[in-house]
Design a protein around this ligand. Structure first.
Ligand SMILES: O=C(CO)COP(=O)(O)O
Length: 243
């Protein structure tokens, strides 16, 4: 399966950043799928700048309803309108900052799918949960409660303690967690579970990308900080295995 290298710009980026980044991406390698998920304000500008190129566009959140009286929120059909094909849901920063639980994430995921978006559902344990030996249990429970039946999208494993910290799990820990996620997807979704890409996220950098992306059941990366610099993001894309 081709790997997906996805950038999550979080709450960074201005309109003036869009064209230089999109132009730099024209040098991206052809053997990977590329995605950038900027803030809402940059979606439309990005949609134009990426036209005819290989990079897809996504958002970082949506509401569970397709429209309505929800001040400050954005609905999935609006993201489609702005040119997005993907949406990140259930990121740990949303779970923490906005109290999003698995049921909310599941409702948002259903809404995204109904609008024709590909959801990227994030799961991952806290440091305390890992230390308590609960990491796989927590992630399995997140999958069970945040993925709707028949889920067709992407899963991103992002250990909360590895996000923005420069720390990553050991290769063995990534391997066993990705294997556990694959098994959980098979149990939940049957044969279709095998088709789902499982991204790794959390302090992916040019220096560690090749070893992380080469691990079994790692189908790509969800990159935060390093996705803001075109050069670093391209280096990570180039580190993805071929075929
Ligand atoms: O949260 C992340 C991507 O969604 C990872 O962020 P960093 O790559 O900055 O650790």
């Amino acid at each position: 399966m081709r790997q997906l290298i996805a950038g999550n710009w979080k709450m960074f980026g201005r309109l003036t950043d869009v064209t230089p980044f999109a132009e730099a991406m024209r040098a991206a390698p052809a053997h990977v799928d590329l995605l950038v998920c900027p803030p809402f304000t940059l979606l439309e500008r990005f949609a134009t700048a990426l036209e005819g190129g290989q990079m897809a566009l996504g958002a970082q959140n949506c509401h569970a309803n397709p429209q309505g009286a929800h001040t400050g929120d954005i609905a999935a059909p609006m993201l489609v309108d702005a040119g997005a094909a993907y949406v990140i849901l259930g990121h740990s920063e949303r779970r923490n900052d906005h109290g999003e639980n698995n049921a909310v994430i599941r409702a948002k995921t259903e809404s995204a799918i109904a609008a024709g978006l590909i959801p990227i559902v994030c799961v991952g344990e806290t440091e305390g949960e890992r230390e308590a030996g609960e990491a796989e249990h927590v992630v399995r429970s997140q999958l069970q409660h945040s993925l709707p039946p028949g889920f067709a999208g992407v899963v991103a494993y992002e250990p909360v303690w590895a996000i923005g910290t420069g720390r990553t799990p050991t290769e063995d820990d990534v391997k066993s967690m990705h294997a556990a996620i694959r098994a959980a997807l098979a149990a939940q979704l049957g044969q279709d579970g095998a088709k789902i890409r499982i991204l790794y996220g959390g302090s992916v950098k040019p220096g560690n990308a090749a070893s992380l992306l080469a691990l079994p059941e790692v189908g790509g990366a969800l990159v935060g900080g390093a996705s803001l610099k075109a050069e670093d993001f391209l280096a990570i894309a180039n580190a993805a295995p071929r075929g």
